[in-house]
Design a protein around this ligand. Sequence first.
Ligand code: MRU
Length: 350
Amino acid sequence: MNTSERRDSIRAVMWQENSLVLLDQRKLPHKKSYLKITRSDDVARAIFNMVVRGAPAIGIAAAYGYVLALYEVYPGHQKDWRTAMQPKVNNLLASRPTAVNLKWAVERLQNRLDGIDDDPCKLALHEAHAIAREDFEANIAMGRNGADYIQYSKGILTHCNTGSLATGGFGTALGVIRTLAERGNLESVYASETRPWLQGSRLTVWELQQDNIPSRLITDSAAASVMHAGKIDWVLIGADRVAANGDVANKIGSYSHAVNARYHGIKFMVVAPFSTIDLDTKTGSEIEIEDRDSIELTSIAGQSLTTESAQTYNPVFDVTPAELVSVLVTERGVIEAPDEVKIRIFLGAD
Ligand code: MRU
C-alpha cells in the first residue's frame, strides 16, 4: 500500500451505474450524504449550489456532466448532437466562472470528440474517466514535488479546502501537507476558516482529522498575528486559475495571506495542476471574479447575522499578484518566483 492509498479515502466525485454521484459538501462535516445525478442540467445546478466545489473537482464533475448531456441528446440527434447539446454545455460552462478547470475539461471533451461520426458516448466517458484519473495522479506528483521543496515545516497555514474534496483525490496544497505529514516532516497545520462559506472549518479540518493530521482552526483575521508569533513558516494554497503572468485567482482571503506572508518573511506556495494554468488569460485582472449571493454573508445556517437591510459585496475569489508567490508547484515540477517567461518555458508554449 503506498502513501496515497493509506492517507486518502475521501472521494467527492464518482461515476456509478451511468450516474454522477457527488458527496454533498454543503452538509459536511455533520452529515456524509450523496446525490445521484443523471441529467446534465442537474450537474450544472450542483456546481452552482456548491454540492461539489474546488476547481479540479468542478472540472471533473463538468466532464461527467458533458457525458450525461450526450446520453440525453444523442439518441434523438444522431447527426446533429453537437448543436443539440450546446444549451446544456453552455449551462455547465456558466455554472461557476472563476475556476478555469471547468472550461478546460469541457473543451478537452469537445476536442476529443472532434470529427467523430460514430456514437460518441463511450469515448466521452472514457475521456471523462481519464480527466479524473489524471487529476488524482497529478495531485500525487504535486504532493511529492511540494514536499521535496519544503523538506520540513514547523507550521503551515492553508486556506479554503484544497484536499480530496476539491479534486479527484489527495488534493493540491493539502496533498503537499499530506505528503509532508506522512514523511514525519510537518509539525502543525493552521487552517483558516475561510469566511463566508467556511471551507476551512467545515471541510479542511474534517479532511485532516480523517487522516489524523493534527490541525488548528483559526479565524481568517488571526493569520497575521499567528505569523507574527513565529508559528508559521509556509503558506500553502491551491488555485482556481493561474494567469499567463503567474497571477493567481483563489478563494477570497488568499491575497491577504500572501501580503501578510511577505511582510513577515514567510514563503508562499501555490499548488496547481497544469489544467489550472490558463495562457489565454494574460494577467489576473482579466479573471472573472464570482460574486455570490449576499445570503452567504448575512446568515449562517438560516440564522441572520446582520440587519435586514444590510448591503453586501461578496466577491468569493481574489487575485494574488505573481510577485507575492514564492513558488508554483505543478505535477511536472516547481517554478520559483513564477512570471510569464518562466511559465511559457515550463509549459513548452513557445
Ligand atoms: O468556492 P470554492 O470552494 O470552489 O473555492 C475553492 C478554492 O478556492 C480552492 O482553493 C481552489 O479551487 C483550489 S483547490 C484544489
